[in-house]
Design a protein around this ligand. Structure first.
Ligand code: CA
Length: 391
């Protein structure tokens, strides 16, 4: 099962194949020496890397950057859809006891922890994934960038196996190495994962208490202020020309003095020092964000990610989502709508594979074709205009 890769032969022309494979062999020999020098046993290395061939699909993924930057409204429409909110509420109820103990131990509220879980793995949809020693050795040896970074992640993976926290075959995840319920990188795992169910192993794959407590620990170590909120949506006066950005944190009084109110026009409620975030510019929604927003940002360095976690945590508390309008006339789609979009494309004769809501190359190509027919710029983006046109 592990890493025998018949597609390797068919994916690339024979001429390109041989040097890549030879490079890989000699690189893996170098990784072995490196591992041994770090205290990883020959037995651990050889067993974990047995039969591992490079996964060339990963190099394709690594090199094929998306053609456009995903707009923040697409990001939120997909990650904070009604299904995610309903599933998250069910998880809050199901794991209430564990989450209460985690709040007690780490001071991070359950809604944020569950929001990270929902965004990272859709509450534990982690059964399939790439075998980490294969994925990480591929990018450490043949990747176009950050080889040193991925070599460190591979060494951390081998250390996790050697310690007996997780069996090698359990270590499956993204091509870049994130794994488990809340998608920890191996180096992060070594420094921040915790054993919360008390069985002596830190298991982020099969133990929900370990995974969720490790997430709370991560947020706490990233500066989480216990009992404080991430912030809230605000209204900024017309012609506002003051400071913006996560970094320029100021007191609530200072923001009130600049004419900023809550989104409904009421007076600001006191927050720890906060920055004024306008993720889609001056014409889009605005938020005051505290260090708790920054802790979510530390988990995955994108403001749209931290906003998804923050807004989802609010929705899980029964609060409204974003109320201001995004500066677009082409809204983002939920996962259910993306699936419907694919079904509509299939009904029009396009081959988009199985309609699963995941937008891959086939779906993007079909969308581009529809966009061309509609006289729209060909972006391949799944948006409301294409969705409605195919109704
Ligand atoms: Ca454990």
């Amino acid at each position: 099962m592990r890493a025998r890769f018949p597609a390797f032969i068919t994916l690339v022309a024979g001429l390109a194949c041989q040097p890549a494979q030879a490079d890989f062999r000699s690189c893996v020999a170098g990784l072995r020496s490196h591992a041994l020098a770090q205290g990883i046993s020959a037995g651990t290395f050889d067993s974990a890397m047995q039969g591992v061939e490079p996964d060339l699909k990963i190099l394709e993924l690594m090199n094929n950057q998306p053609e456009f930057k995903t707009p923040v409204w697409d990001y939120l429409a997909t990650l904070v859809d009604e299904q995610k909110v309903a599933d998250g509420k069910a998880m809050l109820a199901k794991h209430a006891g564990t989450l209460a103990r985690i709040e007690q131990a780490y001071g991070v509220d359950r809604h944020t922890v569950v929001a990270v879980w929902g965004v990272e793995s859709d509450f534990g949809q982690i059964a399939s994934g790439r075998y980490l020693p294969q994925a990480l050795s591929t990018v450490a040896c043949l990747g176009s960038r950050r080889q040193e970074f991925f070599r460190k992640e591979l060494m951390a993976t081998l250390k996790i196996i050697q310690r007996g926290d997780l069996a090698a075959e359990k270590l499956r995840g993204s091509w870049a190495g994130a794994f488990g319920h809340t998608q920890f990188m191996p180096t992060t795992y070594l420094s921040l994962a915790v054993d919360f169910d008390g069985d002596g192993r830190r298991d982020l794959v099969d133990s929900i208490p370990d995974a969720l407590a490790s997430t709370a620990n991560y947020l706490k170590k990233s500066g989480w202020i216990s009992g404080a909120s991430w912030g809230y949506e605000v209204r900024v006066p017309q012609g506002y020309s003051g400071p913006t950005g996560r970094g320029g944190k100021q007191s609530t009084e200072s923001w009130a003095g600049r004419g900023i109110t809550r989104i409904d026009g009421s007076a600001l409620v006191s927050l720890p020092p906060a920055g004024l975030l306008m993720p889609a510019g001056r014409n889009g929604p605005a938020f005051l964000v505290t260090k708790n927003f920054d802790a979510a940002y530390a988990y995955n360095a994108a403001e749209s990610y931290a906003l998804a976690i923050s807004v989802l945590s609010d929705r899980l508390k029964g609060r409204p989502g974003v109320r201001g309008a995004w500066p677009t006339d082409d809204r983002g789609l939920s996962r259910a709508e993306r699936k419907t979009l694919q079904e509509r494309l299939i009904a029009r004769g396009y081959d988009v594979g199985k309609p699963d809501g995941a937008i891959g190359a086939l779906t993007r190509a079909a969308i581009k074709d529809v966009e061309a027919r509609l006289g729209l710029p060909q972006t391949g983006r799944p948006g409301g205009k294409v969705f409605d046109a195919l109704r």
